[in-house]
Design a protein around this ligand. Structure first.
Ligand SMILES: Cc1cc2nc3c(=O)[nH]c(=O)nc-3n(C[C@H](O)[C@H](O)[C@H](O)COP(=O)(O)OP(=O)(O)OC[C@H]3O[C@@H](n4cnc5c(N)ncnc54)[C@H](O)[C@@H]3O)c2cc1C
Length: 439
């Protein structure tokens, strides 16, 4: 009997998984392995919401594998060391893993290669639709502007979608640990795992997406981001399905998946952009812990900002429009360092993702790839446009639920007990304009 190892990372699925597919083709038996790496926590990336979601993902993956005749082996420690150990114990000829984009993932890959040499097979196009670097502009290693990237991305050839394996077998006697358990920080976290992901995709109405994706109260986006972050769904399969479905909604949805790839290709080329300005604006950020705390706790005095922050705390997820305007409020209106906001998001977001989070924060802060780096989203105009009836704010701020219609966006007129605005409505641009000498 020949044996291979499928080392799962951010690809916790059976459908369209090139890693599992290749491992199953390479040998008679497969060891599906997941290694709980304490370095993830040490790096500050092990937020309770994501740990709880991950526990669901692993339980679901094990259940699905058992239906094929295999089972998930869970170990604890350095993934390279554990994968090499499992390979030695089972006499495996090959170990398969997805190519990652972060510096952390690259270092893991290097350690795996040191231990396994030619037995290691790293697969591209597992975490994203196109592997980073597949499309590049002339003379550069990555795209810094989305529109030309999107054009190239749409025309690039894509790999075909794999089905889920029907039968697999795992050698007897490979020892593993119990599946992990974890308690979420947010009370209304979604259920993790490939089964829940596929159910969410079936349930969601992609046709409404083009019209509804920015409407805060409609909640019409897919809510697939945590499943994409953990790889419970393949972005490539989603693109193939959406394009087959067709229509404006599907097209708009596919465009968002291209944004996801865009940020991944950027982080792959510039791993330091996770922590440093991609394009410095020479900002001397404002420090004020009282303001930062009010922002985190949803007490800025601007209800649409506060509603977003409270949704984040409650669900471990926030609507994209709310992410944009809460991030703009922190980095542009208050002119606080984007890293302060990015860290708070990463501490709570169930979809918290180094590429998407840090590079969206940089986009909003104007230190990233936005071609209009000094735009400031006015929370009142955003509220009037994307929550015209005030329903989103009333859902998240019970103390304002008695205010009718759009009056909820200006509580200083009707609800004197609500916190006063941290910055007056006429001064929303003032700090940024002064800091970046825009006047
Ligand atoms: C400040 C800020 C921080 C963010 N942090 C994260 C993060 O940590 N993780 C994360 O997955 N997304 C992040 N986003 C992007 C986006 O807000 C979420 O992907 C989206 O809200 C998730 O909801 P959904 O699955 O319903 O998205 P949909 O609108 O249904 O979009 C489908 C998928 O496309 C991808 N996508 C959508 N918008 C973006 C975008 N702007 N950039 C990259 N990918 C996108 C996501 O994978 C998403 O699941 C952030 C955006 C901002 C402005």
């Amino acid at each position: 009997m020949t044996v291979s190892v499928a080392l799962f990372t951010q690809d916790l699925r059976l459908h369209d998984n090139p890693v599992l597919h290749a491992a199953a083709r390479a040998a008679d038996q497969v060891v599906p392995l997941f290694v709980l790496d304490p370095a993830v926590e040490a790096a500050g990336f092990g937020a309770p919401n994501r740990q709880a979601f991950l526990a669901d993902c692993l339980a679901d993956l094990d259940e699905s594998l058992r239906r094929t005749g295999a089972r998930l082996v869970v170990r604890h420690g350095d993934p390279a060391e554990q994968a090499a150990k499992v390979a030695a114990e089972t006499d495996a000829d090959s170990v398969h893993v997805a190519a990652g984009v972060s510096a952390f993932a690259r270092r893991r890959e290097n350690r795996l290669r040191e231990r396994l040499g030619e037995r290691l097979h790293v697969h591209d196009g597992v975490l994203t639709v196109l592997p980073p670097g597949q499309v590049t502009p002339a003379g550069r290693d990555h795209y810094a502007v989305f529109t030309p990237y999107h054009r190239a991305w749409q025309q690039a050839p894509r790999r075909s979608v794999h089905g889920a394996p029907r039968t697999l077998s795992t050698p007897d006697g490979v020892g593993g640990e119990a599946l992990p358990t974890a308690t979420a920080a947010s009370p209304a976290l979604p259920t993790g795992g490939e089964s829940a992901a596929r159910e969410q995709w079936r349930r969601w109405d992609v046709d409404g997406y083009a019209d509804l994706h920015d409407a805060l109260a409609a909640d019409g986006t897919s809510r697939l981001s945590p499943y994409l972050h953990f790889g419970c769904l393949s972005a490539g399969e989603l693109v193939a399905r959406a394009l087959k479905h067709g229509g404006e909604g599907a097209e708009a949805f596919v465009r968002q998946l291209a944004w996801r790839d865009f940020h991944h290709q950027l982080l792959a080329a510039r791993p330091e952009a996770a922590h440093h300005d991609y394009r410095s604006r020479e900002d001397h950020w404002h420090h004020d812990e009282r303001e930062a705390r009010a922002w985190r706790e949803g007490r800025t005095g601007y209800p649409v900002v506060d509603a977003g922050m409270r949704q984040l705390a409650h669900e471990g997820w926030m609507h994209n429009r709310a992410r944009l305007l809460t991030a703009s409020f922190l980095t542009k209106t208050l002119h606080h360092d984007w890293r302060t906001g990015a860290a708070h998001f990463l501490a709570l977001l169930v979809d918290g993702d180094l590429a998407n989070n840090q590079l969206n924060w940089q986009w909003v802060a104007g230190t990233g790839t936005d071609t209009r780096p000094n735009r400031v989203l006015n929370p009142l105009r955003q509220a009037d446009r994307y929550d015209p009836d005030g329903a989103y704010v009333r859902r998240w701020i019970p103390e304002l639920a008695h205010l009718p219609g759009p009056s909820v966006h200006r509580p200083w007129l009707l609800a004197p007990d609500y916190p006063a605005p941290l910055v007056a409505p006429e001064d929303l641009n003032t700090r940024l304009r002064a800091a970046r000498s825009l006047d």
